[in-house]
Design a protein around this ligand. Structure first.
Ligand SMILES: [Mg+2]
Length: 319
């Protein structure tokens, strides 16, 4: 979770960061010229490009001290872990297998580089994604920028945010809100426990993403900026609405943590065959997904129970 309180973007339309991404898509698209058929560029969790017949999945993510980590309560190693984990999570949300990482460190004077790099290295082992290069620069704040390259196993397309249709079931791979609750505990002086671990060392649901792709998931996104905001993004991209019946709140977390806290890195998955998805996850030894509700044809319908679901989450105030 961002160290300032997540800014609830409680409107019904994209704002701030999402508008800035729209402008970037135009500027970069004009410069790049026509996009090759089959490529997927800016706008999803990761890009998919064809490199001489091999599909590569590309993502990048930055973790900045004071924005993505409060160094008063978490270590530089935790910031490093988060930088690499957030990047590979975006590959997982396409169903891709992470393969290589490049890491740029921006460092103020006297930063403990060993500790920062140690956290990145731990994550690279956990997610089997070695760091093969990078760069070092001075900066006013500690910045960890991680670019990752992944591969798609077999001929199926990547799972984008855009494939959900009315009638699809929406599931999430695990309970939500633990990271935000963990930050609160850390600030209250608690230094261990599952919520604190969830904040300091969030997971990436790589195996679940790969299984979901193999089981014909129609759309997928990872919960980074906030469950509600990220679900709205999936619905926007797919042109659908949704009706949620229930929400899995992590033990010790609040509903607000679950809706808008972010950085849980669970996957929201849309599927036309929830039984097949659940069976595939079980066969892979993964936890049963939590059924949230369903997609509906009308994109204006965005409900949790009887209430409209606002876009709660962290949007960087850019643009
Ligand atoms: Mg993402």
């Amino acid at each position: 979770v961002a160290s300032p309180k997540p800014r609830p973007a409680a409107s019904s339309s994209p704002a701030g960061e999402d508008r800035a991404i729209g402008r970037l898509t135009q500027i970069m698209g004009r410069a790049a010229g026509p996009r090759p058929a089959g490529d997927l560029w800016i706008g999803d969790d990761a890009a998919v490009v064809d490199a001489a017949g091999q599909r590569l999945v590309l993502a990048t993510d930055a973790a900045v001290a004071g924005v993505h980590a409060d160094l008063a309560v978490v270590g530089l190693d935790d910031l490093g872990w988060k930088g690499l984990t957030a990047a590979v999570s975006d590959l997982g949300a396409m169903g891709a297998v992470p393969r290589w990482a490049l890491v740029t460190f921006g460092l103020p004077p006297r930063t403990d580089l060993d500790r920062l790099a140690g956290g990145v290295a731990e994550a690279s082992v956990a997610w089997a994604c070695p760091v093969v290069g990078g760069d070092l620069t001075t900066a006013d704040q500690v910045v960890v920028s991680v670019s990752v390259v992944g591969l798609l196993d077999g001929p199926r397309p990547a799972v984008t945010r855009a494939g959900a249709v009315g009638g699809d079931t929406l599931v999430v791979t695990g309970p939500l809100g633990a990271s935000a609750a963990g930050l609160r505990w850390l600030r209250a002086g608690v230094s261990d426990g599952p919520l604190v671990s969830a904040h300091r060392r969030p997971p990436a649901r790589l195996a679940a993403g790969q299984v979901a792709r193999a089981a014909d998931a129609t759309a997928m996104i990872d919960v980074s900026d906030g469950f509600s905001l990220d679900l709205h993004r999936l619905a926007d991209a797919s042109g659908v609405g949704f009706v949620l019946d229930d929400l899995p709140v992590a033990e010790g977390a609040t509903t607000d943590d679950a809706l808008g806290g972010g950085e849980d890195y669970e996957l929201i998955i849309a599927t036309g065959d929830p039984d097949a998805l659940a069976a595939a996850l079980a066969a892979a030894g993964l936890p049963a997904p939590f059924v949230l509700g369903r997609c509906v044809d009308d994109p204006a319908v965005r409900r949790l129970g009887r209430d409209d679901l606002p876009r709660l989450g962290w949007e960087h105030p850019i643009g």
